[in-house]
Write a protein that binds this ligand. Sequence first.
Ligand code: FAD
Length: 293
Amino acid sequence: MLDCSLYPDLLVTKWHVLSPRCPFKTAKLHCGTPKMKTFASVVRCVRVWFGYLVFLITRRTSEYKLIERRDLTSGVTNPVILLRFEVPDSTKFENKIFDSVGVSQRVNGRMVNRYYSVASSAEDKGFFDLMIKVYPNSKMGTHLQQLKVGASVTVLNPIGYLDYLSINVNHIGIISGGVGLAPFVHLIRHVMKSQRNIHIKMLFANQTKQDIIMHDQLVTWAQEFPNFVVHFILSRPDDSWTGLKGRITSELIQEYMPSANLNPLIGICGPADLNKLAKRSLYDQGHRNYYVV
Ligand SMILES: Cc1cc2nc3c(=O)[nH]c(=O)nc-3n(C[C@H](O)[C@H](O)[C@H](O)COP(=O)(O)OP(=O)(O)OC[C@H]3O[C@@H](n4cnc5c(N)ncnc54)[C@H](O)[C@@H]3O)c2cc1C
């Protein structure tokens, strides 16, 4: 839930185009008279539905060639792969923070469409990356895992935009689980490069150490950039694990996320139960500016 009166620019998010129900949720104003709230809701709904219509009319698909495939995790139940696609003309693929793309493929004779967060940064010219978790017998995951380098996929160009730069935020919290890291890679890289005095605190939940995507990269970033702090938590650690153990709880969120009085922006991305717990805990702890990516 976002306090839209504070962050009006956050209204145009991917959820407004992906789910027609969400505009009504996020359009809620947390202050003002009941009449003002109703008026603001109506204006926002009209704006969102208009945006949805424009999106449907103007959405573009392009073919992108797979140029690299890498295992980000292996030997685990649901491995995560990184797929790198060639972008011959960067002006035609402009991904912003928290953008996702739609991938359309014919799988066993039927069209399958799935959304994936763009895990590369806007500064990465000539390619974009997707991190894909491959569930057993899954339609798109298994299909993309078997895709040959050189083959093309149909991609609906990036949508969704959280303009965190337009809001005066000095503290960012990230609560993610597994492949829920994907949308935050761009954000972390952007903050580190921007040299702005923004502090990021991250809680990253996984089952085993082997499941942690980009573990070494995250540790390196935390060493190089003192404003970035990452805490890993494992639900099935082995005996050598010395970090946090168990599942993310309300108490851990209170301890490891920036406190509500700093008015931080908190991004959440993980399995549905984690998202639900995080939203409820943050709300109870006085946060109002959190966002399920
Ligand atoms: C905006 C957005 C961004 C997304 N970004 C990413 C991303 O960056 N990376 C990514 O991997 N996915 C992402 N997803 C989810 C993705 O779109 C697919 O839903 C997911 O990859 C499963 O699709 P599939 O065809 O591989 O599996 P399906 O064929 O749909 O599912 C097959 C089986 O896999 C299992 N399964 C599927 N999803 C889950 C789940 N979440 N938890 C546990 N078991 C499951 C179930 O057993 C299911 O029966 C995103 C979704 C949205 C809406």
